[in-house]
Design a protein around this ligand. Structure first.
Ligand code: SF4
Ligand code: SF4
Length: 220
């Protein structure tokens, strides 16, 4: 990582971050103008952990404490992305801060980029059965943001393989039955329909759930 970027992350107490280069297929999936995508070379991805205590408090789906915490995490991620992009531009590079949580194609439920995809390519965790990135320290409770940039990094990270092993806790916990043996089998529609139902019942104004994050935690 470049020193000004390392320094920036350390100053903001960001412990989980990395980068990956953009392949042609990655670039095709970025929902930005081709004028800028053609000039981008890398993704810088970073994560902040949701509070384990807030997650532990969840009982049968999302609650108001989690809603507020989730929003604050997104604001924090966006502020850090903003500052990071400014530093990269000050160093003479292009840098696009991608919002932490913003759907831009509602029909296909897509954002400008998949933060999880770039977190995987940056070696920050593996894709778990619950369709979330599982990190060795923070398990499934990292939320991510990405800055796309023209920087070319000299090294490539090691991508982690599937490490869920014999664990099936999220399969047992999921109220939608959406989680299967493999991340590829994850039932997005069943998950989304259950989240819509839970958030309507509990009057939560954002599509969140949290139960498969709770399942993945190792409580002590
Ligand atoms: S978010 Fe909720 S409904 Fe969706 S997979 Fe996780 S536990 Fe199941
Ligand atoms: S709860 Fe277990 S199976 Fe589910 S994602 Fe976490 S480690 Fe994998």
């Amino acid at each position: 990582m470049l020193k000004p970027i390392d320094d920036f992350f350390q100053k903001h107490n960001i412990k989980v971050y990395g980068h990956c280069s953009l392949s042609n297929s990655d670039k095709e999936k970025i929902l930005l103008s081709r004028d800028i995508v053609n000039l981008l070379n890398s993704a810088i991805v970073f994560g902040i952990p949701l509070s384990g205590s807030v997650i532990m408090n969840l009982e049968d789906g999302p609650d108001l404490l989690y809603l507020h915490h989730y929003r604050q995490a997104n604001y924090l991620l966006d502020r850090i992305s903003f500052g990071l992009a400014t530093i990269a531009e000050d160093c003479g590079y292009m840098a696009v801060p991608i919002p932490a949580s913003q759907i831009v194609d509602w029909k296909n439920q897509r954002a400008y980029v998949s933060h999880k995809h770039f977190a995987l390519l940056s070696g920050l965790g593996w894709f778990g059965r619950n369709n979330l990135i599982v990190n060795s320290v923070y398990r499934s409770r990292l939320r991510f943001a990405t800055v796309l940039t023209s920087i070319r990094f000299e090294t490539e990270p090691k991508i982690l393989g599937f490490h869920c092993g014999s664990c099936r806790k999220c399969i047992e916990m999921c109220p939608a039955g959406a989680i299967t043996e493999t991340p590829e089998g994850f039932n997005h529609i069943a998950c989304f329909e259950k989240i819509k139902e839970l958030t309507r019942q509990k009057n939560i104004s954002q599509y969140i759930c949290g139960m498969c994050i709770k399942a993945c935690e190792k409580w002590e």
